[in-house]
Design a protein around this ligand. Sequence first.
Ligand SMILES: [Zn+2]
Length: 317
Amino acid sequence: MRSCSLHLRIGACLAVAALAQGVAQTPARQRSVAITLDDGPVVNEMKDLENFQRIAGRLREALVAEKVPATIFINERQLNVPGQREGRVEVLTKWLDAGYDLANHTYSHPSINKVPLWQFEDDLIRGEVIMKSLLEARGRKLEWFRYPFLDSGMTTEVHQAFMDFLEQRHYRVAHVTVDYKDYTFAGVYQRQLRAGKPEVAEKVKQAYLEQVPLGFERAEKASVEVYGYEIPQILLIHCNELNSVSLRDSIGKMRERGYSFVTLDEATKDPAYSRADTFAGSGGSWLDRTARTMGKKIEAPNPRIPAWITELSGPAR
Ligand SMILES: [Zn+2]
């Protein structure tokens, strides 16, 4: 009881101090982030159903245990494995039953910059078949789309034509503001683990966790440069084995920076996301794209990937 009342007193003092500070300067906005996972249900697990279910299960359990919302962007091609279809679709059902949102990341993950527009649009439609019916059976709608590789069309004409197509099909584009290239670490982690080198894999995991605050720091600074304040961030990570064993630690690091967790819908209510989406080109976060269309150059550097990780990710790929 004593420690409880002490905590209350400390809390009250902090609140008073915060109020006093607020008089002198504008109170800081509460940091928030929407977590999105791409290449779901599990990237590069087209053979082994057990691995597929284990990795997806751990990702889901991590989010449930941390009580944070997330949107999972699915490539339905990953469900289409003869003899395993039911077991793979079951993973989607479990995401939905746990209260998570599913979204379209195309069927087979092509780049809109590398295939004809009609082919890309066909791939998107093929990518919604299973999810759409699962969502509709629950009275929900398939709402979000994300570009594979974040490529958004090589010309303004293609970009605009595709935006019109998305509008007809009632999709919203899910932008990204935080991207610390988890896939580079994830590829190295998985190869080391499966090559029987768990101690190297563990080091990769630790290096990856060190990248998390650096990725957020870059987005926070870039956000102030572009918008003058920290916007609600949208994190892009992928459905891979590395995140399945480290997501709770990553979320812990976000909490340490003062983040609360919101849905994509909540994050995108900020006016920063209502600017017209006119960017055609390759990759890039919403912050980088907005800066480009404003004619600004972001000074905050992207975090560097440690050289030893880059070396390990190279030759065997
Ligand atoms: Zn992807």
